[in-house]
Design a protein around this ligand. Sequence first.
Ligand code: PLP
Length: 428
Amino acid sequence: MLYQRSSQLFAEAEKVIPGGVNSPVRAFKAVGGTPIFVKSAKGAYLYDEDGNRLIDYINSWGPMVLGHAFEPVVESVISRAKLGTSYGMPTALETEIAALAVAMVPNIDKIRFVNSGTEACMSAVRLARGFTKKDKIIKFAGCYHGHSDSFLIQAGSGAVTFGTPNSPGVTAGTAKDTLLARYNDLENVTQLIEANKNEIAAIIIEPVAGNMGCIPPKEGFLEGLRKLCSANDILLIFDEVMTGFRLAKGGVQELYNIKADIVCFGKVIGGGLPVGAFAARSAIMNYLAPIGPVYQAGTLSGNPLAMAAGLAMLQALNTDAAVFQRLEDKTAYLENGIRKVLTKNKVTFTINRVGSMISVHFDESPVVDFQSAAKGDNETFKKFFHGLLNEGIYIAPSAYETWFITDALTYEDLDFTIQAIDKVSKTF
Ligand code: PLP
């Protein structure tokens, strides 16, 4: 495939945008080469500036669970835009999407909308600190909760890809309040709690991790965290920015039947527009301004276009009862196909999957935490990435990312992908 125009566009972008991109992982640094510039997208496909069609396994890093340019979302945004694009005043639409989200997700009474997943997690932690009157938080190595200072301590995703898990600019004062634990290691969390008695406000976790590839929680791990939190007056924050409205209507809380104290959302909840949200029981949410003392605000929060897109998306997911099963079936089909061809071609690999989140690691030992995720063979991953790209298949340009499957994919697309993986992995 030719990427001539994309390369030219990247060169122009580099002159006026740092690194040519507005979010680092897009720059292809981890895999080499130059990024692809998108012209349009529909359903399961991306169309780039050179006229190539790519099957998309990233889907804007998760939001396009029903495919690109999903008609109900597009129509809602167009009709809403004609009524004005922002007011900085309340709209009935905000209550409508809030009520629907509260009905779909277990264990929440109220939800506050923000503009990104970063904002959602950052605000959730401030709320937890204000509510518990404690300062420290526990996060897990390899989990990414956005680029707010407190979270850039061994974060996954792009922060790992670039080898700078601790970003310059994060002060020592901020870093000291973020304690690091190993994913899937309850003993480690217990020790941290013991060593910081009555100082920990919250444990924040991706309840199915997606930013060091996909890593499922081991059996009993989330239940153990729940018990530890309840016993120590610590709030359990589920960062469901990736998993919310994707793994089940009610996210991981529903999937594994575990209650979090605060839940963060992003991605799917905005239907592809910039939206995040955080939610909890009233007792906690009422601690927020304007009724409570914890300040949190946003000129564009609850923006009518964003709310219209999110509402159309949630309505579609709420009324199509079979969608999550279809996603499971398609992703399981893909997983089985990849397993078969990689085994046949004698490739060393591990595949992790929960529902429509899946990742392929080029290492044979189980990938259960950041340390084991980091052992994957990056040279093989690069060949895999570029080989697939050449076949018209777009996966994330980093070994630390999860693939997000869309319901718009057909079984023909999946077969084509499996055949391409067969062809590419023969050359490893
Ligand atoms: N939390 C998780 C689990 C994420 O995966 C991300 C982004 O990928 C974020 C938070 C941050 O969201 P955003 O990029 O919308 O700020």
